[in-house]
Design a protein around this ligand. Sequence first.
Ligand SMILES: NC(=O)c1ccc[n+]([C@@H]2O[C@H](COP(=O)([O-])OP(=O)(O)OC[C@H]3O[C@@H](n4cnc5c(N)ncnc54)[C@H](O)[C@@H]3O)[C@@H](O)[C@H]2O)c1
Length: 295
Amino acid sequence: MNVLVTGASGQIGSYVLELLSEEHNVVGVDLKHYPFGEEFVDMVVTGDLRSYFTVREMVEKVDAVIHLAAQVSVERSWMDPVYDAKNNIISTINLLKASSESKVKKFIYISSAAVYGNPLYVPIDENHPTNPISPYGVSKLAGEHYVKIYIEKMHVNIVRPFNVYSERMDPRNPYSGVIAKFIERAKKGLPPVIYGDGEQTRDFIHARDVAMAIKAVLDEGRNGEVYNIGTGKETSILELAKMVMEAFRIDEEPVFDKEREGDIMRSCADISKTRALGFEPKTELASFIKDFMTI
Ligand SMILES: NC(=O)c1ccc[n+]([C@@H]2O[C@H](COP(=O)([O-])OP(=O)(O)OC[C@H]3O[C@@H](n4cnc5c(N)ncnc54)[C@H](O)[C@@H]3O)[C@@H](O)[C@H]2O)c1
C-alpha cells in the first residue's frame, strides 16, 4: 500500500513512518526535515499542508493517509488561537478534500484526548462526551467533525492519543510535556517542580506504542470508528516525580508551586476498544525513565 504520513518529522509521526515502512511504501510530509536518522531523511518531503496545492500533490498515488501534522501546544493555542486553528483545521480540510478526490481509500485522523476536556468519569471511553477546554482541543475536535462528514467517500478513523512521551520529545521546547520538563531539571541535579499537590493523574504512553496502535487501526479499524490510544494506567504527577528522582538519584523533596488554572485532575483511557484490534502497549514508564539516563 502507498501511505502518506503527515507530521512525519514529529515525535509520533517519525515512529509511524518507521513502523509502516516495514510493510508499506511510505512517504512523509512535514514543515521541517526529518531529524531522527539518515535512513529516513529522503522519505520525508518538506511542505506546508495549509497549501492546497502541496496537499493535492502529496495525496496523488496514495492509498492511505495518516494525518498527524498539527500545532500541538495547548499554551501556544491560547497565545495564538488563529495560528492554531489555521494550522490544525485548514490542513485537515485540505487533506480530506484532496484525498476524497483522489484514490485514497483510508484516512486516519490523529485527534487528541484533549477533546474530552474535564472528564466526567475515568477511565474515559470513546463515548465520553467531548467538551474541550482549550483552543487546541477545539481545533482537534473541529477536525474530527470534518473527518466524520467524509465517511461516505473514504474509510475514515479517528484516534485519540492520551499523554505521549518518547526519547524524541523535545526538552528545548518550552511547551513540551511534564516528563521532558522533569528530566531536563533532573539532568541538572534539580528536583521536579510540581504545580498543585501532584495528585493529578495522566495516562502516559510511549510514542512507539502509539505508532503500533495506529497500525492496528490501519489494519483492522472499522469505518467511522473512534479509538482511544493510551495504556489504561493512571500515574500521578507525584509518582512520576518520584520515578525521575529515583532514576537520577536526587535525594530531595519535589518543589511545589501553585496549581495551574484549568489543570485536569484525573485522566486515564479506557483502551478496550483498541485492544480488541490486537493492540497492547509495551513500554513501561519507569523503565523508560531509567533507560533515558543512558541516552
Ligand atoms: N504529544 C502528545 O502528547 C499528543 C497527545 C494527543 C494527540 N497528539 C497529536 O498527535 C499528533 C502528533 O503530535 P506530536 O507529539 O508528534 O507533535 P510534534 O510537534 O512532534 O509533531 C507534529 C509535526 O507536525 C508538523 N506540522 C505542523 N504543522 C504543519 C503543517 N502545516 N504542514 C506540515 N507539517 C506540519 C510539525 O513540523 C511537527 O513535526 C498531533 O496531531 C497531536 O495533536 C499528540
